[in-house]
Design a protein around this ligand. Structure first.
Ligand code: NAD
Length: 456
């Protein structure tokens, strides 16, 4: 395996050095091809993911394929403008000259995907990498084995592996990949593995984008539109059975509206028919995660739900009430359909509690009070988020998507993605017909006086 991975990286590097990936027409052609390859495999992709964790066609189309098509269309439309050489002004010291910035592809990149949205999280980073003119090795998550195999086959059958290749495998394969020298590593996954990736990248001084996780809070304030807030919240939390990196992890609810919130929450949950059959829930990805989630359900705090069936990998959408920051469910990212509700008396106190936790990937504020909105947006640091909504910010390619601190570094989607695979090469371009002699020897007092007049 080691030899074949080394050979693949070398072959991609040689292909990159041939400059074949640099022309804009080539990149556009590859983006269009990727779109048509995904389109041609839609049925197979939908069937594969249903086998892996019972994801419905509706969900697969809306939160995997549609996002890919959206990003592809945006990249195809904007590529020429993103890759334009940008003229900038020239300072007096360098007069006369032209100054410009040339966007250039970083080179051979490694993309490591997570399992929870296996198509989107593996293929979406490839779009900006192709747009930027890089070659790509993709290592999808091994947990949903059908989706991993489908992506491997569809890429192998349609792309030159020296340009775009999929390497399937688990920790051992990823470890071997990480020993290689890449020009960029784009990782989506847990904070724990993110650290491993960052350390491996440091050996080669390889830049990284780390799309990690965390505990994303949602504030339910006294001034929110309760019905609408809860409707959006329930959708966002239980989408993909809570296995969403930007799902609201826990609720911070103002004590004055706690009961109104719980009533609205249970009513909304009843309205949604949550089941595999209705296509509104997916399976928990594996037994290990079912067991982990089961342990987080404290029977004394269950307000609704709470049922777990290990055999079918089912965890019922569950509300935990009167939770405190010390409870086990608050010690790790939940990544499942369990929603702890923490009551706050005072917003300042709630904000301080969130500040003490690692910076989250997202934060959601449900309020119609602009002071509260501004305060939370100003005081809390988080990757991205929404006001009076949740999760949907990821669908706007004009909003860079990424974490901060423990929830990651770097961003993608839209131009932010293009930038993360691009080096901006700065060039000062001088004519030779004139030269001022101030910087040259001999260094005289009069020259220094002139220079001082410039800067003084
Ligand atoms: P994970 O970290 O376990 O795995 C991610 C990838 O790393 C997989 O391809 C896996 O094969 C590989 N990997 C696992 N262990 C490794 C090791 N020891 N050395 C090298 N590679 C290793 O994450 P996951 O379970 O697939 O995904 C869940 C996590 O990802 C959650 O924390 C979630 O919040 C986060 N996530 C973040 C985003 C985002 O966009 N920020 C999106 C989805 C998921």
């Amino acid at each position: 395996m080691k030899d074949s991975i080394e050979n693949l990286v070398n072959a991609q590097r040689n292909f990159f050095w041939s400059d074949a990936t640099k022309p804009i027409d080539f990149r556009l052609q590859q983006l269009k091809k990727l779109k048509s390859v995904i389109k041609a495999h839609e049925d197979e992709m939908i069937a594969g993911i249903a086998l892996d964790f019972k994801k419905s066609e509706f969900d697969t189309y809306t939160n995997e394929l549609a996002l890919l098509y959206h990003d592809l269309d945006e990249a195809i439309r904007k590529l020429k403008s993103w890759s334009r050489i940008r003229r900038v002004g020239t300072n007096m010291v360098n007069f006369p000259a032209r100054s410009y910035i040339i966007p250039e592809p970083l080179g051979v990149v490694l993309v490591i995907g997570a399992w929870n949205y296996p198509y989107q999280l593996s293929l979406a980073p490839i779009i900006p990498a192709i747009a930027a003119g890089c070659t790509v090795i993709l290592k999808p998550s091994e947990l949903p084995s059908n989706t991993s195999r489908i992506m491997a086959n569809m890429i192998a059958n349609n792309f030159n592996p020296n340009y775009l290749a999929v390497v399937e495998g688990d920790v051992e394969t990823t470890t071997t990949l990480l020993e290689q020298r890449f020009d960029k590593i784009f990782f989506t996954g847990s904070t724990t593995v993110g650290r491993i990736v960052y350390q491996a990248a440091a050996k080669h001084l390889t830049p990284v984008t780390l799309e990690l996780g965390g505990k994303s809070p949602a504030f339910i304030t006294e001034s929110c539109d309760m019905k609408m807030s809860v409707k959006r919240l329930v959708w966002a939390k239980f989408l993909n059975s809570g296995q969403t990196c930007i799902a609201p992890d826990y609720i911070l609810v103002n004590h004055k509206v706690k009961q109104a919130f719980l009533d609205a929450l249970t009513a909304e949950m009843k309205k949604n028919e949550f089941s595999f059959e209705a296509g509104t829930l997916v399976q928990i990805i594996n037994d290990k995660n079912v067991d982990r989630l089961a342990k987080l359900i404290d029977p004394a705090k269950v307000y609704a739900g709470g049922h777990v069936d290990r055999e079918s990998r089912y965890v019922e959408p569950t509300i935990l009430n009167d939770v405190s920051f010390d409870d086990p469910v608050m010690q790790e990212e939940i990544f499942g359909p369990i929603l702890p509700v923490i009551v706050y008396q005072d917003l300042s106190e709630a904000i301080q509690q969130v500040k003490r936790l690692p910076k989250p990937l997202s934060c959601y504020v449900f309020t119609n009070d602009s002071k509260i909105k501004k305060r939370i947006l100003r005081e809390l640091s988080f990757g991205g988020g929404a006001v009076n909504d949740a999760v949907m910010h990821i669908t706007n390619p004009k909003l860079p998507f990424g974490g901060v601190g423990n929830s990651g570094m770097g961003a993608y989607h839209g131009e932010a993605g293009f930038k993360s695979f691009t080096h901006y090469k700065s060039v000062l371009d001088k004519p030779t017909w004139i030269e001022f002699g101030l910087k040259y020897y001999p260094r005289t007092a009069s020259k220094l006086n002139i220079i001082k007049r410039f800067f003084g």
